[in-house]
Design a protein. Structure first.
Length: 128
């Protein structure tokens, strides 16, 4: 009888533990979904600032990377829908255009600092 009582007690502890883990997992999933929705709303609200202000974009990017989101790499995700993939594609196209125009001088290969200087002059924006 005592062995059966011990077995039953251990089994009940395991069941209670499994139930607690399941509840915590459900709560964490809900928190993550809410957080994901909040960051999407933030990104929508500040989209223009993220796209046009290099300092704001860097801080937003740092925040995303700290929580495991890489908006540059995340091409087929909410970030594409918000237009952030477009920003980096447009930036890449502008940089390629700068290099292509200098091709007859340097074969299209440029120091990054030279690309940044030409970009700032040509587009009157900072990419630092």
């Amino acid at each position: 009888m005592r062995v059966l009582s011990i077995y039953y007690g251990q089994h009940m502890k395991q069941a209670v533990g499994d139930e607690a883990i399941q509840e915590k997992t459900q709560r964490l999933t809900l928190i993550f979904q809410q957080f994901n929705n909040n960051i999407q709303q933030f990104a929508k609200k500040y989209r223009d600032q993220i796209n046009n202000d290099p300092n704001f974009r860097k801080r937003f990017n740092d925040l995303c990377l700290a929580i495991g989101i890489d908006p540059i790499v995340s091409r087929k995700s909410m970030w594409t829908d918000l237009g952030f993939g477009d920003f980096y594609n447009q930036l890449a196209m502008k940089i390629l255009d700068i290099c292509a125009r200098k091709r007859h001088f340097n074969g299209g290969l440029m120091q990054i600092q030279d690309v940044i200087e030409v970009y700032k002059r040509q587009f009157r924006q900072s990419i630092d």
